[in-house]
Write a protein that binds this ligand. Structure first.
Ligand code: E4P
Length: 210
């Protein structure tokens, strides 16, 4: 499973990319707003740090308006993936953009039916939101497992990005389900390396080396 970083913070992206494990970046309007910067400016910097898919989200609007926004975003860099919301207008936009070769990531996916619509429209990526699914009292593990089964049953080319990741549990259920990608906030990425027995073992070896 490829690891993407789910942030618009340049320093976090620079640090995590330096470990050689980050294959892409996802942003959303909330993450961009947190940085207090313009989407285009942030994206221009990110493409210099990570050579992989970089998701930048359009504002929800009519299909025609989202297509126009998407064409502008796609001009910034070849790695730009346009994030499109899970609405009928969004699906219409994805159908047009996929034929133009513009990469898309259909976001806010909470069901197998929604994932199927994104796949049928030719989306490059679809993003099931695990954390928000759990917050609402539903089963995120079933969601990611079922969307992988859907993809495998029909051989869709759409890659699955497990998103809204809040914990190592979310990372691990996504990997074991066979998700192509998980997009992970910095805090959870940093937690992936931690284990108390590793810390204990490091101390034992360091003491012995003295
Ligand atoms: C990624 O594409 C999503 O925008 C992100 O994972 C949402 O996460 P959240 O539910 O923590 O806001």
């Amino acid at each position: 499973m490829k690891l993407f970083i789910d942030t618009a913070n340049i320093e976090d992206i620079r640090e995590m990319a330096s470990y050689g494990i980050i294959k892409g970046v996802t942003t959303n309007p909330s993450l961009i707003a947190r940085e207090g910067r313009k989407l285009e400016d942030v994206i221009q910097e990110i493409v210099k740090l990570v050579d992989g898919p970089i998701s930048a989200e359009v504002k929800e609007a009519s299909a025609e308006e989202m297509i126009a926004q998407a064409r502008e975003l796609a001009k910034i860099h070849k790695n730009i993936v346009v994030k499109i919301p899970m609405t009928w207008e969004g699906i219409k936009a994805v159908s047009v953009l996929s034929k133009e070769g513009i990469k898309t990531n259909v976001t806010l996916c909470f069901s197998v039916s929604q994932a199927q619509l994104a796949m049928e429209a030719g989306a490059s990526f679809v993003s099931p939101f695990l954390g928000r699914m759990d917050d609402a009292g539903f089963d995120s593990e079933k969601l990611i497992n079922d969307i992988v089964i859907l993809r495998d049953n029909y051989g869709y080319a759409t890659e699955i990005i497990a998103a809204s990741i809040r914990s190592l549990h979310h990372v691990e259920i996504s990997a074991l389900a066979g998700s192509d990608i998980a997009t992970i906030p910095t805090k959870v990425l940093k937690a992936m390396i931690k284990h108390p027995l590793t810390d204990k073992g490091l101390k034992i070896f360091a003491d012995a080396a003295k």
